[in-house]
Design a protein around this ligand. Structure first.
Ligand code: DAH
Length: 334
């Protein structure tokens, strides 16, 4: 009778598929109301001479079942651990997740290039505030309140300040805090009430200023020629056209020869052979007076260029708004 019970118990134990099932089997045999426990309890009902033998057999059976449970449990535990490990297992030979690495915005790249060229010629890079006052932005630059040139610089006004409309006020700030010789370029954001395919309300300029004794238009022309050839290629030429800015006299519009037709004339340069890239001139004597410099002693040249425009010409970009659309298909081209 115990033989049968033993075989049944051992079979059930060996077939248990997990620890929970095994636990149910244990309770079924050895729990408080388990089969073996009940048997032990009923020994008392046997005739006294049989009790020791049955008791011994039951004890042996109990030990066998306990041991079988213990061994099966160990085995199941190992198997469960294996399964868990399999879930955690990493195939180190799989290709890694490719992370997209960003890069500098095309405007930042062009800006760095411009700075590098001027620094190599001895210019220092300085910055000025984007929130300016009208004196630095206009008056000191020989552009009084009534001046028509202010109309073209429609800006964003704060209570008693404005977002600078150009980087030229940095000329004033530098001349007020330093003595000649001065050779600086000043990059930065500027603001105007404009928005179309060639104008953004916020764009980037680089200002240049060189002040010393005996500075002439020849210095200006040479400096810009070096810049243009380094920026666009040694085959490119420049030309100066008369222009007007309140803070320079004489003033020039500087053109670069068209890179597509090499100055022959094509749709890209509207058949002129030339593309306008920046404004420049000799610092106006009034500007020197406004910063306390003697215009009889010092002369200087200044220039200002739009970085987006330079980038558009260099990379043949049609719409300036592409720079601020944040479209990866555009940005990835650089
Ligand atoms: N500030 C001018 C503008 O934003 C550009 C400019 C022209 C700057 C001539 C200069 C200059 O320094 O000499 O339109």
């Amino acid at each position: 009778m115990f033989e049968e019970l033993k075989e049944k118990a051992l079979r059930e134990i060996s077939e248990a598929q997990d620890i929970a099932q095994l636990e149910r089997i244990r309770v079924n045999y050895l729990g408080r109301k388990g089969i073996l426990t009940e048997q032990m309890r009923s020994i008392g009902k046997l005739p006294p001479q049989e009790r020791p033998r049955v008791g011994q057999l039951l004890n042996e059976l109990k030990q066998i079942v306990e041991q079988a449970l213990e061994e099966r449990k160990k085995l199941l535990e190992i198997e469960e651990e294996k399964k868990n490990l399999q879930k955690l297992w990493v195939d180190v030979t799989l290709p890694g997740a490719i992370k997209k690495i960003g890069h500098l915005h095309p405007i930042s790249r062009v800006l760095e290039e411009i700075e590098t060229i001027f620094v190599s010629m001895g210019f220092k890079v300085v910055e000025g505030p984007e929130i300016e006052d009208a004196w630095h932005n206009f008056d000191a630059l020989n552009t009084p309140e009534w001046h028509p040139a202010r109309d073209m610089h429609d800006s964003f006004y704060l209570v008693d300040k404005l977002l600078r409309t150009h980087t030229s006020p940095v000329q004033i700030r530098t001349m007020l805090s330093e003595k000649p010789p001065i050779a600086i370029v000043s990059p930065g954001r500027v603001y105007r009430r404009d928005y179309d395919a060639t104008h953004l309300p916020m764009f980037t300029q680089v200002e240049g200023l060189y002040v010393d004794e005996n500075v002439s238009v020849a210095h200006l022309k040479y400096t810009l020629e070096v810049f243009v050839k380094r920026m666009f290629g040694p085959e490119r030429r420049i030309r100066l056209k008369p222009s007007y800015f309140p803070f320079t006299e004489p003033s020039f519009e500087v053109d670069v020869s068209c890179g597509i037709c090499n100055g022959e004339g094509c749709p890209s340069c509207k058949y002129t052979g030339w593309l306008e890239i920046l404004g420049a001139g000799m610092v106006h004597p009034n500007v020197f007076r406004n910063v306390g410099y003697d215009p009889e002693k010092y002369t200087g040249f200044a220039f200002g260029m739009g970085v987006e425009r330079i980038a558009m010409l260099k990379y043949r970009i049609k719409d300036i708004r592409d720079f601020v659309r944040n479209d990866e298909r555009f940005l990835e081209c650089f």
